[in-house]
Design a binder for this molecule. Structure first.
Ligand SMILES: [Zn+2]
Length: 442
């Protein structure tokens, strides 16, 4: 009789096999057959990744940011990892993009991409992740190893979204604007324009009560002229949330001003996961010339121009995220390019905003020293939006760029929204001291 080989599993009580397999998976056994292979997907709005290599045994993913360098700095990354065994530890190994542009085309926009972008732009101290694409958390701090930044995650789900920072897509903007307008009779969900890629550019228009338009302060808030700076859209959202809140100061602002909030200007690059900054022929924030290239700039310039014509371009705010090591700060034009009373009014507004933002808990680090965007900053400095509005605005126009820190533990959706709320409260405090146009009721 031939020897019968008893499969090992028959030597164990049957109920133990799944327990052993589960224990093996839990302990990170690289040979565990019960685990699904990890897979990476970025075929969704705002998705961006390249150079993906997955080590199934190590449960680690090597990758770089995606994005076409002709459409902006390749520092944004956002993708989904599938096949995760809930509770297992996966490792993300990020390195800087190697994408470059030919020297001549890089020189056209002043882009640094004739060589690879410094990796630090793509490397937050902590990665951002979410199980549902709605609630965004920050990972434990990553560790730098040569050219790599290494993050460990232990998601309690089979799929996990991971990103440079909390994503904010054109669909997020459209949904936010629609839903907040539905909850408030003084807000209207509208569109600034359609992009060159034929996407709608959602805009919130706010005014309350019967005061006529010409008797209202004009306030313009726009974010994401640089598509990778997703945090700035959360700041814009926080601005709108405070504005439409029950706060008595917010009601005053709605009643005495007409406000426009655009959470994403460059919807095309935000939708396609491109960086936007230094996009060709030049990016949105170098497009404020006599002949704008981008539809969003054209439309914004026309509407802001109308507010200027009516003498009520009171506060213009352009929202960004800065360099990796920067705190929150304002960018301004050097005072020699401005006439009084603009400098005094602008300084007053910055003081009010600083006082509020620097008091946010948990802390959002802010510098009270603005940086300047004059001729030494960029050859197209006159075509930067806040500069253009300063130089073409009313004598009393306050026009500023706010850069909100992104590489910090509190640079979360809540932290960004708190900055937006503080900024809106500062607009109210500033305008409350300005002469009312009608001399009517306060
Ligand atoms: Zn920017």
């Amino acid at each position: 009789m031939p020897t019968r080989i008893v499969p090992a599993r028959f030597l164990l009580p049957r109920f133990m096999l799944p327990l052993l397999l589960a224990a093996g998976c839990w302990l990170g056994n690289p040979h565990c057959e019960a685990r699904q292979p990890l897979a990476v997907a970025a075929d969704f709005e705002g998705g961006s990744v390249s150079g993906v290599e997955i080590d199934q045994a190590e449960r680690s993913i090597r990758f770089m940011p995606g994005g076409d360098p002709a459409r902006g700095w390749p520092c944004w990354w956002y993708f989904r990892v599938d096949g995760v065994a809930p509770g297992e530890t996966i490792t993300l190994r990020l390195r800087g993009s190697t994408a470059t542009l030919p020297r001549e085309s890089a020189a056209q926009t002043g882009s640094p991409l004739h060589k690879p972008l410094a990796a630090s732009w793509a490397m937050p101290q902590q990665a951002t992740w979410s199980l549902d694409g709605q609630t965004w958390r920050r990972s434990e701090p990553g560790r730098r190893e040569d050219e790599w930044m290494i993050y460990s995650l232990r998601p309690e789900g089979e799929s996990v979204f991971v990103a440079w920072g909390p994503p904010y897509t054109p669909s997020s903007a459209e949904r936010f604007v629609r839903e907040i307008a539905r909850s408030s009779p003084s807000a209207t969900a509208t569109e600034l324009c359609r992009s060159r890629g034929d996407r709608p550019v959602p805009m919130l228009h706010v005014r309350e009560g019967s005061r006529t338009a010409k008797d209202r302060f004009g306030v313009w808030v726009q974010a994401r002229q640089h598509a990778w700076e997703s945090g700035s859209s959360w700041v814009a959202q926080g601005f709108a949330e405070w504005l439409l809140s029950d706060d008595a100061d917010a009601a005053w602002l709605r009643q005495h001003a007409e406000l426009f909030v655009i959470p994403i200007m460059d919807v095309d690059n935000a939708a396609t996961g491109n960086g936007g900054k230094d996009a060709q022929p030049h990016d949105h924030n170098r497009d404020w010339s006599g002949e704008p290239h981008w539809n969003e700039t054209k439309a914004a310039q026309r509407m802001v121009g109308q507010l200027i014509d009516e003498g009520r371009m009171d506060v213009f705010l352009d929202l960004h995220n800065p360099a990796p090591g920067d705190p929150t700060f304002f960018y301004i034009l050097p005072p020699e390019y401005l006439e009084p009373p603009m400098v005094e009014l602008r300084d007053r507004f910055m003081q009010l905003a600083y006082a509020r933002i620097s008091r946010i808990k948990p802390l959002i680090p802010m510098s009270n020293k603005p940086k300047v965007t004059g001729p030494g900053y960029h050859p197209l400095w006159r075509q930067i939006s806040a500069n253009w509005v300063s130089m073409n605005g009313n004598p009393h126009t306050v026009s500023l760029c706010l850069e909100t820190i992104w590489n910090y533990q509190n640079s979360t959706t809540d932290g960004y929204r708190a900055v937006g709320g503080s900024l809106a409260a500062a607009v109210r405090e500033y305008l409350a001291d300005r002469p009312l146009r009608t001399g009517g009721e306060q």
